[in-house]
Design a protein around this ligand. Structure first.
Ligand SMILES: [Ca+2]
Ligand SMILES: [Ca+2]
Ligand SMILES: [Ca+2]
Length: 519
């Protein structure tokens, strides 16, 4: 049985025991060498062979890996040991704060129970909130089969998702497709620049006891995704995992999500994106496997995500997409940041989560959206506009968009965009996938493919893109954008709002026209 494990990809290597300890010494910092001038390699549609799916056994391994490094809280939600997030009522700071924080991170003994410490702090009258640094993850589901479009077929059938929301006729109304709007993508980074970066790859053992030798000092090439990069496209990039301005994608998730929002369209190459002229702000708040192997100083936790939201709002983003999330206890630090951003006129789209078949727990960040006019939680539908098997449901679901599903459709049922050729990363954790390839070698991030993913991660950027088009039409209030998206959504399932689809499947043309702003 195919099982989805939303946290697997983000956290797979979080649990690996890094042999030389966590990166604290400056020697672990990465070094940008020089702009990489060679063109990106476009490998076309993904080659299914050699990129075997994340099978059940592998995902189980990943789950066990995940269990060892993070501590598990009372609800089962993992958190980073050794710290507690605290906000004091009077706004006072305990010490020097990292960028974009209105809160403090209190260091505690890693063996201490961070939830108990947070509870104790919360009872103090001078404390507004205190919480552990719960782990965030990407909300996509590794796909069973990487679909290979055959050369004799046009690319269009690979992007069933755009006609499903009536995107083509919306482009008729607004050919500029959001050109004045900046969309921040809070994710694993983005393939947005050409660069070579020197890393130190350290030895580690995984949960099964496999020893992976140190790669030593390696110079890793990066390139901007050819079907995403164009002049003036990327604004104010920032990396909260590495604390610099190179939020490069060592994972592939963030670049894929960015493609749904704004992959270059009508350019005779690759695939299409919803609001294909928007400006993109890459904000890296989630770590991938290679970030961990290379010793990134920060992890994708609640505090990291909260900083990313505040940064985006302060640097001109009008839309934020968050194809990330977690389950477990509340996230006041993230809620505070979301309300701050919406208060500054930023609309936020948030993935509703992929845990429907895992007990369907409440997705914490998406649930916040349901209490904020101007932030929306986005569930996923499949190619037939049915509930996607993994998409979490609840009273907090507000909208639905195409997330794709292999069930009933096979590979053609998922969402395709251009992203990094993931071969090396997959070889690392899924040796069988790579046949005779080296099991562990330095990766490269300058080669691209068209990959299919499924998940509410894929649904959310459809909403972010359409919201950018509404903002381009002059609708500046995030609450008004949410109201329009919900009013003109196509009702699915039970009549009216329901827990599977919220107000329904977004409809691009109707929403643009419904506001009376069509030409
Ligand atoms: Ca294209
Ligand atoms: Ca809302
Ligand atoms: Ca309904």
């Amino acid at each position: 049985m195919f099982r989805f494990v939303p946290s697997a990809a983000a956290l797979a290597l979080a649990a690996l025991v890094i042999a030389s300890g966590h990166a604290q010494d400056p020697g672990d910092a990465r070094t940008a060498l020089y702009p990489y001038t060679l063109p990106a390699i476009d490998r076309g549609l993904s080659r299914a062979e050699g990129l075997a799916p994340a099978g059940v056994a592998t995902l189980a391994v990943r789950n066990r890996m995940t269990a060892t490094l993070d501590r598990t809280g009372r609800s089962g939600a993992p958190y980073a040991a050794g710290r507690v997030i605290v906000k004091f009522r009077d706004g006072s700071a305990m010490s020097e704060r990292p960028s974009y924080s209105n809160f403090d991170v209190l260091r505690i003994d890693p063996s201490e129970d961070a939830e108990a410490v947070a509870d104790e702090l919360s009872r103090r009258p001078d404390v507004e909130y205190a919480q552990p640094a719960y782990r965030m993850h990407k909300s996509f589901v590794p796909n069973d089969q990487f679909y290979q479009c055959v050369a004799s077929e046009p690319l269009r059938p690979c992007q069933w998702n755009l006609p499903l929301i009536d995107m083509e006729r919306a482009w008729d109304i607004q050919g500029t497709a959001g050109s004045q709007i900046t969309v921040a993508v809070l994710d694993s980074g983005m393939a947005f620049e050409n660069k070579v970066i020197r890393f130190r790859g350290r030895a580690f053992v995984d949960d099964l006891g496999n020893v992976h030798p140190a790669l030593g000092t390696v110079d890793i090439p990066f390139a901007a995704a050819p079907d995403l990069a164009t002049a003036g496209r990327f604004v104010a990039p920032h990396d909260f995992i590495w604390d610099d301005n190179d939020p490069l994608d060592l994972d592939g998730h963030g670049t894929h999500v960015s493609g749904t929002i704004g992959e270059l369209t009508n350019n005779g190459a690759g695939l299409a994106g919803v609001a294909f002229n928007v400006k993109l702000m890459p904000v890296k708040v989630i770590d991938g496997d290679w970030d961990i192997i290379f010793g990134a100083p920060n992890e994708g936790t609640d505090d990291t995500v909260a900083r990313g939201i505040r940064y985006a709002a302060d640097n001109g983003a009008k839309i934020i997409n968050m194809s990330i999330g977690r389950t477990g206890p509340p996230a006041p630090v993230v809620e505070d940041a979301i309300k701050y951003a919406v208060g500054k006129g930023v609309f936020i789209a948030i993935a509703a989560g992929n845990d429907f078949e895992d007990g369907n727990p409440t997705e914490v960040v998406a649930e916040i959206a349901s209490r904020v006019q101007g932030a929306v939680s986005v569930a996923a539908v499949d190619r037939s506009s049915n509930h996607a098997f993994y998409s979490s449901t609840g009273s907090w679901v507000e909208l639905a968009a195409p997330g794709g599903s292999v069930r009933g459709f096979g590979s053609p049922g998922v969402v395709f965009q251009q992203t990094i050729d993931l071969t090396s990363g997959f070889c690392l954790v899924e040796p069988d996938a790579c046949g005779t390839r080296p099991l562990f070698a330095a990766p490269r991030f300058d080669a691209f493919n068209y990959f299919g993913f499924q998940g509410t991660s894929m649904a959310s950027p459809h909403v972010a893109g359409l919201a950018a088009m509404l903002m381009q039409q002059g609708i500046t209030s995030p609450a008004a954008i949410e109201a329009a998206l919900e009013r003109f959504a196509k009702d699915l399932g039970d009549p009216g709002r329901d827990n599977l689809f919220g107000y329904g499947l977004i409809q691009a043309r109707d929403t643009l026209r419904g506001l009376g702003l069509a030409r």
